[in-house]
Design a binder for this molecule. Structure first.
Ligand code: SF4
Ligand code: SF4
Length: 144
């Protein structure tokens, strides 16, 4: 039997397009190789060139860059690759790390205006979001 979690009763969330989750300092945006290949294709760039220009290694994984510790490199008054944004972005704020306690959820509400507002998400819908986040983030090549 699965353990009862606070979000099993459902949660409210509706994005208000404030952009905070794309512009918050110190962020990282991981993705699978397949997701990054889709973004490269969307930008019309060879994959290696995309990796060079748009990504960096954070804690051993490939992340989109956040130049000068600012917004995600793909943020331009909204997501410039919205149709192909990584699952990490698509599934926010329903991340396992955020859903692990009510305190973590409330903490996110301090920067995300959509938390506890608008649409009601059932346990099943939240679980679908949790499962949709990649379990296969692309590993960075070790430095030579
Ligand atoms: S911080 Fe929340 S409300 Fe703002 S853009 Fe991100 S998901 Fe939407
Ligand atoms: S890829 Fe798009 S949605 Fe994801 S952090 Fe960057 S700008 Fe935001």
């Amino acid at each position: 039997m699965s353990k009862k979690r606070f979000w099993h009763q459902g949660l409210k969330f509706q994005c208000h397009q404030c952009g905070n989750c794309c512009t918050f300092p110190g962020g990282f945006v991981y993705g699978s190789e397949k997701e990054f290949r889709k973004i490269a294709k969307h930008l019309g760039l060879p994959f290696e060139e995309f990796l060079e220009q748009y990504t960096e290694s954070i804690d051993g994984y490939v992340s989109l860059k956040s130049p000068d510790n600012g917004p995600c490199i793909l943020y331009d008054n909204g997501c410039s690759v919205y149709p192909v944004r990584p699952s990490q972005c698509r599934t926010f704020p329903f991340w396992s790390d955020i859903l692990k306690s009510p305190d973590r959820w409330d903490e996110q509400a301090e920067t995300c205006r959509g938390i506890d507002k608008g649409k009601f998400w059932s346990k099943k819908e939240i679980k679908t979001q949790l499962d949709a986040n990649t379990k296969n983030p692309m590993k960075a090549e070790p430095s030579p």
